[in-house]
Each structure stands twice: as structure tokens, then as C-alpha cells.
Ligand binder design. Structure first.
Ligand code: NAI
Length: 463
């Protein structure tokens, strides 16, 4: 068995692990990063954020060519879908980015081990590579092993008829009827992709609303817009089972007749990748759902082992994992590092996009927190009109007494980019009045943020 010694060994090369490794290397640490995949990037780059965004972009172009370009005076005849090319483009985007991360790691002299890592007692980590085993000793270990799609009893994932998001990113044919279980991030994004490409899409959700955790007003409006695009929602409907038979699928729901379809996408959340890591051999504890228990500095019960990202719970977002990775290694090296969980944005890349940071109105009401609210519809924004993207609104929630911004929620074109201004403002402890008095370029969608901030004080100009 080979052996090597490092200062820090990071297990997992997703956006949590590889970013932590990069930051540690910048700080002069001798770092190794382990991943079972040939290239770094993790779920985000390989089978998550990036491929889904590539398909969302391509499918939206196709949809626009068929449905909305004519209104711009662009006549497109005989629009054809070339799904193999669309999938190849997606793969090329993924490949380029993974190779890019590989290059970044090399440039920082980070040793990349390909294989599955497992602890074999304190201070001993074994990497089972394809051909050889390597024992790695290190001063510190950082677990950033991420998550995988959750399964549920009664749903037989066969990767063919009934599959996860990984399968739905790689369909080689457009399903005639796709049933999506779960109206969360994945259900709405991948449901949108296949609906735009021609599938009949039924989304089944056990709650009475879309996107639990997002602001209710925006989720309601998003539902209306997605229904107009052709998606069907069965809300307050719990799925009990789904399976394939003879090339078709059957979905069994509570209180309804079984639903027959061509494909089923199970999107009911994700579970942490903490099995098989040998955590018990080093005394690292997990909770009932398998999430690693850490303190506020990401330390596990084993003193020199830390954990970040999806495998410790909280929002399962790439950027949250990266922030935690940076904070964790900065604290180890410099003695200081923190994550401001109140300002982690979330974005659903439907069309229009839904972006959010801070408290929702429901949370403020539940907390009995007095607030003022300003909203501004994009239909009153000049740029939105010019773009032909007038659906949606900006909503700002501010403390009633201090005017400090507590939450910003945007439904609209490019909301995912627009939310960055709100995040920066909240990071600086800004008030709604600060945003209202910030000069915004005209004509931009971001002017709607300024108008919503003015509306907090009851003085929007264009409403
Ligand atoms: P999710 O937690 O967002 O949504 C799962 C949905 O399934 C919930 O609405 C839940 O009520 C519903 N559900 C659960 N059991 C059900 C049942 N038996 N029958 C019907 N409905 C049921 O999970 P999702 O969409 O799988 O995404 C997983 C994670 O990946 C999320 O936590 C999200 O943070 C992350 N993600 C983030 C994206 C982004 O940032 N744009 C994109 C995709 C995923």
C-alpha cells in the first residue's frame, strides 16, 4: 500500500471540497483532495447545477423559437429539436468546467487522489483507488462528501422508467408524459426543461404549494406562470409508489387513480453521503438522517476531523458548501472564519427565475417580527417591457422600526443575477432606504429593486 502525508486532506471535490482545498492552498497548506470521480467538480458540475442550467438554457431557446420570437418580429419556420446536439452541448459545458477545476487544483499544487476514501481508525484514511490503495496521514481531515438523490419506499428507481435527476438530465428521447414527484427545486427545473421540449408534465406534490421554504406569494405566482407554460400540478397529493412495467410507468397516489406515464422523475430531496466512510472508526457522529454532527466551527466529535456542505445539513446549495469550506479552512489557519447564514441566497432557475434571500413573509409573521413591505411588479419596469419579460415582481421586507432589510424575494427574468444586489446590501446591514437612494442604471431590471425599496416607504415612482 502506498502512503503519503499532508496537512489537510479534503474528502470530496465538489464545490464544498474543491473550494476549501483551493483556499487552504492559498494559505500555504499542503493539501490533498480525494474524489471517486476522474475529474473534480462533484454533483454540482457533473450531474447538478451546471448540466441542468445548460439544458434549461437550451430548452428555453427552443421554446422561444417556437412560441415567443414571432412577437419580436422574428419569424422562424420549421423549428426542429435536435436533442442529441443539445445533450452533447451540455456534456461539453460540463467537461470544460470540470477540466477547469482540475487545472485550478494543479496550479495550486493540490494532490488529487481518485478513489473512495474511508477512515480506518484515528489518523488513518484509506483511499481505494482503481488499481491501488493509498493510506493518507494528515493533521486535519475535511469531509465534504455531499449528497445523493433521496429515495422513498415504494418507488423503485430503475434508472430507465423511474429515475432520479441524474437520469432526467440524460434522457435521449423526450418523454410523452413525464410525472415528477416533488415540486421543489429539481422538480420545477427539470419539469420545465422537458415541458419546453414537448413532454406533458405532471408534478405531484404532497404539500398544498410549490417550493416549501420560499416566499408563499412568489411561489403562488410561480405556480400560475408555470401552469400557463403547460405544467400540471397535483398539490396536496402524496405519492405512495411508482414503478416501471412493460416500458410504461405507474404512479400510485393517495386518493387518486394510478397515473400511467412514460417516465417518472423522483425529486423529493437529497440525502447525505455518509455511508461507508468508516465514521464509526473515528467517533464521528451522525444524526438519524445520516447528517454529520458538527459544532459551529464545523468540527466533528473527532477533534481533527471537520465536515461541511450537504453532508452536514442546512440548505443543500453549492454556494453554501463553498462558503462553509472557506470559513472552515480559514479558521483552521488564521483562527477566524464564519458563514453568515442569514444572507445565503437561493435561486430556482425556472422561467422566470425565482430568487430569494433572508426571511420570507411567512417567517416574519411566525416570528411576530414587525415589518414593512414594498413590492414592485416587473410589468411597470421599462427594461422588462423591452425584453418582453414582464412577469413577476420584486418584494422587499424591512424591519418596521429600523428599516433594516430582512428579506428580498424576486420572481422575474434574471432574478438569480439580480438577487446579488440584495445579498450585498444585507451583508452590509443596509436599510431599504439605502437601496432606495442607490442610483440604478436605466433601463435595467434592477430598477425594480430600487422601486420596491421606495415602495417600502410608500413612495414608488412608477406605480
Ligand atoms: P426539495 O426539498 O427542493 O423538494 C422536494 C419536494 O418533494 C418537496 O416539495 C416535498 O414536499 C415533496 N415531497 C416529498 N415527499 C413526497 C411524496 N411522497 N409525494 C409528493 N411529494 C413529496 O428537493 P429536490 O427538488 O429534490 O432538490 C434537492 C436539493 O437540491 C434541494 O435541497 C435543493 O437545495 C438542491 N437543488 C438546488 C438547485 C438550485 O439551487 N437551483 C437546483 C436543484 C436542486
Amino acid at each position: 500500500m502506498e502512503s503519503a502525508k499532508h496537512d489537510l486532506v479534503v474528502i470530496g471535490a465538489g464545490p464544498g471540497g474543491y473550494v476549501a482545498a483551493l483556499r487552504a492552498a492559498q494559505l500555504g497548506v499542503n493539501v490533498a483532495c480525494i474524489d471517486e470521480n476522474e475529474v473534480p467538480g462533484g454533483t454540482c458540475l457533473r450531474v447538478g447545477c451546471i448540466p441542468s442550467k445548460a439544458l434549461l438554457e437550451s430548452s428555453q431557446r427552443y421554446y422561444e423559437a417556437r412560441h415567443t420570437l414571432a412577437a419580436h418580429g422574428v419569424a422562424v419556420a420549421d423549428v426542429q429539436l435536435d436533442l442529441p446536439t443539445m445533450q452533447k452541448r451540455k456534456e461539453s459545458v460540463v467537461r470544460t468546467l470540470c477540466r477547469g477545476v482540475e487545472g485550478l487544483l494543479k496550479r495550486q499544487n493540490i494532490t488529487y487522489y481518485r478513489g473512495r476514501a474511508r477512515f480506518d481508525g484515528p489518523g488513518r484514511l484509506i483511499v481505494d483507488g482503481r488499481a491501488e490503495q493509498t493510506a493518507l496521514a494528515s493533521q486535519y481531515y475535511l469531509i465534504a462528501t455531499g449528497s445523493t438523490p433521496a429515495t422513498m419506499p415504494g418507488v423503485g428507481l430503475d434508472g430507465q422508467g423511474v429515475g432520479s435527476s441524474t437520469d432526467a438530465l440524460a434522457y435521449t428521447e423526450v418523454p410523452r408524459h413525464l410525472v415528477v414527484i416533488g415540486a421543489g427545486y429539481i422538480g420545477l427545473e427539470l419539469g420545465s426543461v422537458w415541458s419546453r421540449l414537448g413532454s406533458r408534465v405532471t408534478v405531484i406534490e404532497m404539500l398544498d404549494r410549490l417550493l416549501p421554504g420560499m416566499d408563499g406569494e412568489l411561489a403562488g405566482e410561480a405556480r400560475r406562470l408555470l401552469e400557463r407554460q403547460g405544467l400540471t400540478f397535483w398539490l396536496s397529493t402524496r405519492v405512495n409508489g411508482a414503478y416501471s412495467y412493460e416500458g410504461r410507468c405507474l404512479v400510485e397516489c393517495e386518493g387518486r387513480d394510478p397515473l400511467e406515464c412514460d417516465r417518472v422523475l423522483l425529486a423529493v430531496g437529497r440525502r447525505p453521503n455518509t455511508d461507508g466512510l468508516g465514521l464509526e472508526t473515528i467517533g464521528v457522529r451522525t444524526d438519524q438522517a445520516g447528517f454529520i454532527t458538527v459544532d459551529k466551527h464545523f468540527a466533528t466529535a473527532a477533534g481533527n476531523v471537520f465536515a461541511i456542505g450537504d453532508c452536514i445539513g442546512g440548505p443543500m446549495l453549492a454556494h453554501k458548501a463553498s462558503e462553509e469550506g472557506i470559513a472552515c479552512v480559514e479558521r483552521l489557519v488564521t483562527g477566524y472564519g464564519r458563514v453568515d447564514y442569514a444572507t445565503i441566497p437561493s435561486v430556482v432557475y425556472t422561467h422566470p427565475e425565482i430568487a430569494s434571500v433572508g426571511k420570507t413573509e411567512e417567517q416574519l409573521q411566525a416570528d411576530d417580527h414587525p415589518y414593512r413591505k414594498g413590492t414592485f411588479p416587473l410589468r411597470a419596469n421599462g427594461r422588462a417591457r423591452a425584453l418582453g419579460e414582464v412577469e413577476g415582481l420584486v418584494k422587499i421586507l424591512a424591519d418596521q422600526r429600523t428599516d433594516r432589510i430582512l428579506g428580498v424575494h424576486i420572481l422575474g427574468a434574471r432574478a438569480g443575477d439580480m438577487i446579488a444586489e440584495a445579498v450585498a446590501a444585507m451583508e452590509c446591514g443596509a436599510s431599504a432606504e439605502d437601496l432606495a437612494r442607490t442610483c440604478h442604471a436605466h433601463p435595467t431590471l434592477a430598477e425594480a429593486i430600487q422601486e420596491a425599496a421606495l415602495a417600502v416607504d410608500g413612495r414608488p415612482l412608477h406605480l
